[in-house]
Design a protein around this ligand. Structure first.
Ligand code: LLP
Length: 410
């Protein structure tokens, strides 16, 4: 399959300048896009008491976290280090939800001692929590049996999913809560990621609302994240009017039927807020023909952006050095010793020459946060741009610097 349309970056000149100034490979994040997405989402949440949490697993860069804090979002943290980071940035315990999967006792104790609400998705963990912290508040992650997502690897509810307590076990939750006098202050679900199908998302929300009605001291009902973004040229963004009609309006009705001054609704997006704010800049080292294909090999790879390799994810690829070049079909590939190491396959890109700078678009979410140093290659640099301010938030390490850090004994 070939793509004929090109998706253009919003700010070509800025990106090209950044590639010259900071070299490649470099992730560039633009603050204005993040602020715009927060505002856009909020504008569709008016009229219902909603709190937004940011799923920091999407991208934990400090300036991004600071924007979230300034804008009054809370944090969805899923590991002790994410929790530690959120606390150090200055988020209050009550602004954080701790949703570690297969939580250990140490992780449970850490969050509980920091006054952070735990989101528990296993009956056995709930029992352990109850034994150790009777009378405390806790949130329950349910599996509403409806999942969705851009790839089967990111569907996090339904029959095959390891996440959450099946809604069919709600009575067991209630009886454990009763036994340990737990205050179930929240119910939660997260059905998957990269969801553009609002109907399915709503069906799952409706299941959670039914479950919520069985609990009488809820402070929040959390519908998770999952809002998709358009990655492909011409792909329609999430229809936010429809999202508001289908998902937010029923929340107002729920509130009217279950009046409680303390109850709010929560969403915890990651991708929606940061994906389109990020671009990975790479430089082409090699152009070669092989068996009728043209490979453009770049100075980055699956260690820096693993989404194509593991989800066959599409990221628009744009030649910043030859914006008006005639499009030809390329496989844009990385420098890692695996055949799953690609950025784009059979893709129309403006003619690529050795030395050109390519922009891999919409890589602000699950780009650097899933990066590795496979093949012992350094992570890319990261630059955060806010208006005229440029901050290098990660310097690219030279091979010697990397080895010094990894093996100081050598
Ligand atoms: N809440 C919970 C409990 C989650 O596990 C996640 C993501 C989110 C919220 C935020 O989801 P989002 O709004 O970003 O869709 N690596 C995959 C995405 C995995 C998402 C995992 N959980 C990707 O690159 O597509």
């Amino acid at each position: 399959m070939t793509e004929t349309l090109l998706k253009k970056p919003q700010n070509e000149a800025l990106l090209l300048q950044a590639a010259e100034r900071y070299g490649t490979p470099t992730y560039v994040y633009e603050a204005s896009t993040v602020r715009e997405r927060i505002e856009r989402l909020r504008s569709h949440l008016r009229g219902a008491p909603v709190q937004l949490l940011y799923a920091m697993k999407a991208n934990g860069a400090l300036p991004l976290l600071r924007i979230m804090k300034e804008e009054g979002l809370g944090i969805d943290a899923v590991s002790p280090a994410e929790l530690e980071l959120a606390l150090r940035i200055g988020f209050e315990g009550n602004q954080i939800l701790f949703s570690a999967n297969n939580m250990t006792d140490d992780e449970m104790d850490f969050a509980a001692q920091e006054g952070v609400v735990l989101n528990i998705g296993e009956l056995s963990r709930l029992e352990r929590f109850g034994k150790k912290y009777p009378g405390e508040s806790v949130c329950i992650r349910f599996n509403p049996q409806i999942g969705a997502g851009h790839h089967r690897h990111v569907i996090t509810a339904g029959e095959k999913s390891k996440f959450g307590i099946p809604v069919a076990q709600t009575d067991e939750v209630l009886s454990l809560a009763h036994r340990f006098e737990l205050n179930i202050c929240g119910v939660h679900q997260h059905i998957g990621s990269g969801i553009l199908d609002t109907e399915t998302a709503w069906k799952a929300c409706a299941v959670l609302l039914d479950v919520a009605a069985k609990f009488h001291s809820l402070r929040f009902i959390n519908f998770g994240g999952g809002l998709g973004v358009p990655y492909r040229p011409g792909e329609q963004p999430l229809d936010m009017e429809r999202w508001e009609d289908l998902i937010v309006s029923p929340l107002r009705t729920y509130r009217d039927r279950h009046p409680s001054p303390d109850l709010s609704f929560r969403f915890e997006p990651g991708r929606y807020l940061v994906a389109e704010a990020g671009t990975l800049l790479v430089r082409v080292n090699t152009v070669k023909e092989s068996h009728g294909r043209t490979f453009a090999g770049v100075d980055s790879g699956m260690g820096h952006l693993v989404r194509p390799a593991i989800y066959n994810a599409y990221h628009a690829t744009y030649n910043l050095s030859n914006p008006n070049g005639t499009c030809r079909i390329y496989d844009v590939v990385g420098n890692i010793c695996e055949s799953s190491d690609f950025f784009a396959r059979d893709r129309a890109v403006q003619e690529i020459r050795e030395g050109d700078v390519l922009a891999i678009l919409d890589t602000g979410a699950y780009g650097i946060s899933m990066a590795s140093m496979y093949n012992i290659r350094s992570l890319p640099a990261e630059v955060f741009i806010d208006g005229t301010d440029h901050v290098v938030i990660r310097k690219r390490e030279s091979p010697a610097e990397l080895i010094d850090r990894l093996y100081p004994e050598l």
